[in-house]
Write a protein that binds this ligand. Structure first.
Ligand code: IPD
Ligand code: CA
Ligand code: CA
Length: 249
């Protein structure tokens, strides 16, 4: 089995597992704050993913949100549940995000949203797909025709929204950085900003958006490194510079 086929298979398996407990989590623990949470399902999902990868590819390394931080030439970057708060509250936007890198370059990324049964796949130089349909962003230049999103970040999100809300069709906030970024790749959103994202939040979506011909910028206007914590603007290429200007707060 190829690494990509394995990843798609594990994502579906973990999606099935997570659906059994969606909105019915018995054990919720705080991490850095009352809005940074982990459940036993994040940990079990992560273990299912890592056990399966290590079983097939024992020499590969793992960088995973719930406490596995290895470094290796062949590196898997994993968020077992992106959108844990949604998962706990029975809201639909949560996803399993798995990316695979070789020598720090993205090879493929998979984001699977089990409630909506949306499987996003991005493969280096081979395009990106939503449930097997090829994705390609159609360029837009008029802000008033755009719908976009921004993740929550102190002293930024409210200011950004108040600056841009009357210039765009609508702002929506989903609660999963991985899904929100993939929605740019699918043309459902025209932009999504994630400030201070960790690699596991956006590593898989990074290649999905890039292969759909989306633009990805940091707040200085350069392409960010998905293996480093930082700010990411995912956007339709026709409006990416305008969105960048609105982030200057
Ligand atoms: C979080 C979600 C959320 C984003 C946060 C992330 P988690 O991931 O993607 O939408 O605003 O920055 O940390 O904790 O649910 O995996
Ligand atoms: Ca996350
Ligand atoms: Ca997570």
């Amino acid at each position: 089995m190829t690494k990509l086929d394995l990843t798609i298979k594990i994502s579906r398996k973990v999606g099935y597992y997570l659906m059994q407990y969606w909105g019915d989590t018995k054990e919720v623990k705080q991490k850095s704050s009352f809005s940074d949470l982990v459940t036993q399902h994040d940990k079990i999902a992560q273990k299912i993913i890592i056990d399966s990868i290590k079983n097939h590819f024992p020499n590969d390394g793992i960088l995973a949100e719930e406490g596995v931080f290895e470094n290796a030439e062949n590196l898997w970057v994993i968020d077992p549940i992106d959108g844990t708060i949604n998962y706990i509250h029975g809201l639909p936007n949560f996803a399993i995000s798995i990316a695979y890198f070789e020598r720090k370059k993205p090879v493929f990324g998979v984001v699977y949203s089990p409630v909506l049964n949306e499987m996003f796949v991005g493969i280096k130089n081979q395009g990106s797909y939503l449930n097997g349909e090829k994705l390609r962003i159609k360029s837009k230049t008029k802000l008033e025709e755009t719908v976009g999103s921004v993740g929550f970040s102190n002293n930024f999100t409210g200011l950004f929204i108040s600056k841009i809300e009357n210039k765009v069709r609508r702002i929506r906030i989903l609660g999963s950085a991985a899904i929100s970024a993939c929605y740019v790749g699918a043309g459902k959103f025209d932009f999504f900003i994630s400030k201070n994202a960790n690699p596991w939040d956006i590593a898989a979506a990074f290649l999905i958006v890039k292969e759909a011909e989306g633009k990805i910028l940091n707040l200085s206007g350069n392409e960010p490194n998905p293996l480093e914590k930082g700010s990411f603007i995912f956007a339709n290429p026709g409006i990416s510079n305008k969105i960048l200007e609105f982030t200057m707060i």
